[in-house]
Design a protein around this ligand. Structure first.
Ligand SMILES: Cc1cc2nc3c(=O)[nH]c(=O)nc-3n(C[C@H](O)[C@H](O)[C@H](O)COP(=O)(O)OP(=O)(O)OC[C@H]3O[C@@H](n4cnc5c(N)ncnc54)[C@H](O)[C@@H]3O)c2cc1C
Length: 435
């Protein structure tokens, strides 16, 4: 690959995770009509976590995905386990959800990383889980001031953020570009496709059935039950969980337009020699930064390096942003050689206006949880658990998430059409500050 001409021909278009995850037999479509207690659309973290809890509670659960387990963001993500909603300050969360839910949401989000690692231990999931901490590096002195004020605020609610400066930041990150950072010891990393497959296995062992290549459609209410189609067959269920996040289609009226899909992009190297990777993230933490269009990166135990950012949908299936990643990684981690990249991929996340995940119950027996704003590895597992609790009859007023109506996102069409231009503008501002 030649960085000057931006040729990417030696890079495979698939997630690194698809070659390093433990094998799982290819999923098969639904091949007969089916009646179940609970049907779940989406075999990502949200849907699989819900399926596990519901099957353990004795429900007859069927999970459907338009691809296979982890086909969506779950199997393509950066796998960073970040114990924080992306709202900058506690005041923003308070404004978004009000006083009652503020404390509950702060508690579940700050506890979400621990919840994930506990789950992995409980089910003995083989997914390279490691809780070595998360470094959030400041891209400018102004960003440092803001990040520190926010971290001090969150620490009043038990976040446990620490601050690092100067040589410590350079040593811990291995990047010459950052002089200050916030550190969370609760953060960590998983191999995300391995986690999805491990959750699927645990859910199946508890009795759930997972159908691949079985997009759910034509959902309607008939005689107190929900009837839908999947892979050309009829499915009847008492309750339906919509766990489709950034891949949400027209399955339930209005849900697609309640969020804005964005397209993060990633690249990964093959195993690198010590000279190339040696100084980078030597203690195994994950890193992201404070830019508006953030970068996030991790070093794998076998010395592969994974680097990500925010891309954009160009035309239909074409995604833009990988060329930018190659330029950006050259300035943030200059020891990585341009020819070392082996994989590139992208996926879809769901953005909400208030930056918090949304929990909906738009009709009796329909539940939806989505909108993790790019911080969903840990939060989607919390959401899946809560969706299951509600489906099992938990009082809706006592949940950590407020049950809100599905609302169309303001200016969604303009934001969708203008995404490329908006990103260029945000990148320009980031570059002015980051250099
Ligand atoms: C490139 C990338 C990097 C990321 N990095 C991080 C990170 O480092 N840390 C972090 O916290 N978060 C990260 N995220 C976000 C995180 O991955 C998501 O928030 C999380 O995976 C959401 O899980 P989910 O199960 O709700 O959605 P998904 O995993 O997207 O699953 C939704 C599923 O629904 C299926 N589906 C859609 N419609 C239908 C239908 N009609 N019928 C059947 N199935 C349907 C899709 O096929 C898909 O598999 C990243 C996302 C991407 C794309």
């Amino acid at each position: 690959m030649d960085l000057q001409t931006n040729r990417l021909s030696t890079i495979e278009d698939k997630p690194l995770w698809s070659v390093t995850a433990p094998e799982r037999p290819a999923g098969t479509p639904l091949n007969t009509d089916l009646t179940c207690d609970i049907a779940i659309a989406g075999a990502g973290f949200t849907g699989l976590r819900a399926a596990l809890a519901l099957a353990e509670a004795g429900c007859k659960v069927a999970v459907f995905d338009l691809g296979d387990v982890g086909f969506g963001a779950a199997g393509r993500s950066g796998g960073q386990v970040n114990p924080m909603l992306p709202v900058a300050r506690p005041g923003e969360l308070l404004e978004a959800v009000g006083g009652t839910y503020f404390e509950r949401m702060a508690e579940v989000s700050l506890g979400s990383a621990d919840e994930l690692f506990d789950l992995v231990r409980r089910y003995d999931i083989d997914c390279d889980a490691r809780q070595h901490g998360w470094i959030r590096a400041d891209h400018s002195p102004a960003a440092c001031e803001l990040a520190r004020a926010a971290a001090r605020d969150w620490n009043r609610f038990g976040a446990g953020f620490e601050f690092i400066d100067g040589d410590d930041v350079k040593r811990m990150t291995g990047s010459p570009r950052y002089s200050s950072a916030t550190f969370s010891g609760k953060g960590g990393a998983v191999q995300p496709l391995a986690l999805a497959r491990g959750l699927a296995k645990a859910a199946e062992q508890a009795g759930a059935i997972i159908y691949a290549h079985s997009a759910v459609s034509d959902l309607k209410r008939v005689d107190q039950r929900w009837i839908m189609k999947a892979a050309g067959h009829q499915v009847k269920a008492d309750k339906v969980l919509l766990a489709t996040n950034g891949y949400t289609d027209e399955l339930y009226t209005g849900l697609k337009n309640s969020v804005l899909p964005l397209t993060p992009v990633q690249i990964a190297t093959g195993p690198l020699d010590e000279e190339e990777i040696g100084p980078i993230l030597p203690d195994g933490q994950t890193i992201s930064d404070t830019r508006r269009l953030i970068m996030y990166a991790r070093r794998e135990p076998n010395n592969r390096f994974v680097f990500g950012g925010i891309g954009f949908q160009k035309l239909l299936d074409r995604v833009g942003g990988h060329k930018w990643l190659l330029k950006d990684v050259a300035r943030v981690f200059p020891s990585i050689r341009p020819g070392s990249w082996r994989f590139r991929w992208s996926g879809r996340i769901a953005i909400t206006t208030d930056k918090v995940p949304h929990f909906h119950e738009p009709a009796p027996g329909i539940l939806a949880g989505l909108g993790y704003n790019g911080r969903g590895v840990a939060m989607s597992l919390v959401m899946g658990r809560i969706l299951a609790e509600r489906a099992l009859g938990a009082d809706p007023h006592l949940l950590p998430f407020p049950v809100t109506p599905i609302r169309r996102m303001a200016f969604r069409d303009i934001q969708t059409i203008g995404a490329g231009a908006a990103m260029r503008f945000l990148r320009f501002r980031d570059n002015m500050e980051f250099g």
